[in-house]
Design a protein around this ligand. Structure first.
Ligand code: ATP
Ligand code: MG
Length: 357
């Protein structure tokens, strides 16, 4: 069986967090280890610069950090190719051609871009590069002929934009680009993990994260300070599970087996029922969540620490991966230019027409 091509990426705007883990990284590692995929992972520095043009230092520092986070969760550079977007320059040229296949109105309608613009309070002062990042993302996905793209829910409208570009390109210039498919985690609670402040999304830019590299004390402190139900003041008060950050995290991370090992409840549902009726305190639910997160993050942190000792090796992984990805993207760019008929100097039918002899 031919392996399917998998493409994913992350913006090097800070360290990766447990929202990334549950929404995308965990699935990437499983798919990588299944042997059924050829994975490419892009550290999207060009995209990160679209809203951080004045802070390239942040992006520069995050390249190695994001790669260390990958290695910590079990991305294996022998199987997965990890590359840096700016080094793979055919992506920029592909973006230029795709820009002509999308209207301004369509970009402004994109719910993800809309929400992010609102969050960043851009209005009409949005950097053009930021507004068009879904187009550059289409270049990333199509350059590697990706069949599948595992992402968090917020990225679905961006992948939809890629599919429209693929359709338009293939219709106008003939079948050239591969149609990708977004893959979401099966557990709905993992699609968009809320922030530790209760904000709708845990996000590097919002500073409401539990990072994969956080030490045990930091994790505990963040969990113990989490937002729960403001009306659940006394243990015996009935509590609300919906909108309660601790339960949102338990939905995403806890198994019933873990709950029964760590408490007198046989399942998460049983624990929720007790909380709703009253009699279950916030400290207790936080202690259970803390234990579950500590169990998950300890091996990730320890594996990461091994790689942290040899950053030169990490640089080598990135350099080799970027070079391999440059080769693949260059081939796609050649195909694209041939389909568009702008391969003037390598197209013999064209050069022959204008040769002097
Ligand atoms: P930034 O704030 O710089 O945009 P981010 O935290 O949103 O950073 P990205 O690098 O934009 O992270 O996202 C990388 C991948 O992780 C995407 O597939 C995205 O859908 C997924 N992801 C990000 N945050 C979450 C979250 N809170 N829950 C689930 N998936 C997430
Ligand atoms: Mg984001």
């Amino acid at each position: 069986m031919d392996k399917k091509i998998l493409l994913t990426g992350d913006r090097p705007t800070g360290n990766l967090h447990i929202g990334h883990y549950i929404g995308s990284l965990h699935q990437r590692v499983q798919m990588q280890n299944s042997g059924n995929y050829e994975p490419y992972i892009l550290i999207a520095d060009v995209q990160a610069l679209t809203d951080n043009a004045d802070n390239p230092e942040k992006i520069r520092a995050s390249i190695i950090e994001v790669c260390l986070d990958y290695l910590g969760v079990g991305i294996d550079p022998q199987i997965s190719t990890i590359g840096v977007q700016s080094h793979i320059y055919p992506l920029t040229e592909l973006t230029t051609y795709y820009l002509n296949l999308v209207t301004l109105a369509r970009l402004q309608r994109n719910p993800t871009v809309k929400a992010e613009m609102k969050q960043k309070k851009y209005g009409a002062n949005v950097p053009v590069g930021f507004l068009t990042y879904p187009i550059s993302q289409a270049a990333d996905i199509t350059a590697f002929n990706a069949d599948v793209v595992p992402v968090g829910e917020d990225q679905l409208p961006v992948i939809e934009q890629t599919c429209e570009i693929v359709n338009a390109f293939n219709r106008i210039y003939g079948q050239t680009l591969t149609m990708p498919k977004a893959i979401l985690e099966t557990n709905k609670a993992c699609h968009r993990l809320v922030g530790i402040d209760g904000n709708a999304k845990m996000s590097k830019s919002l500073g409401n994260t539990i990072n994969l590299k956080d030490d045990a004390d930091t994790i505990k402190q963040k969990v113990m300070n989490m937002y729960t139900d403001p009306n659940h003041i006394h243990i015996e008060d009935p509590g609300q599970v919906e909108g309660n950050t601790v339960f949102a995290y338990l939905d995403a991370f806890a198994t019933d087996d873990q709950i029964s090992q760590l408490s007198e409840y046989s399942s998460l549902n049983e624990m929720k029922e007790h909380y709703k009726h009253g009699g279950l305190g916030d400290v207790k639910i936080k202690k259970i969540l803390n234990e579950i997160l500590q169990q998950l993050l300890k091996p990730i942190r320890e594996k990461r620490q091994v790689f942290e000792k040899d950053r030169a090796h990490v640089m080598q992984i990135l350099k080799q991966g970027s070079e391999k990805m440059l080769e693949v993207a260059s081939k796609t760019l050649d195909r694209v230019k041939t389909s568009m008929g702008i391969n003037y100097f390598t197209d013999k039918t064209f050069t022959d027409k204008y040769s002097t002899n």
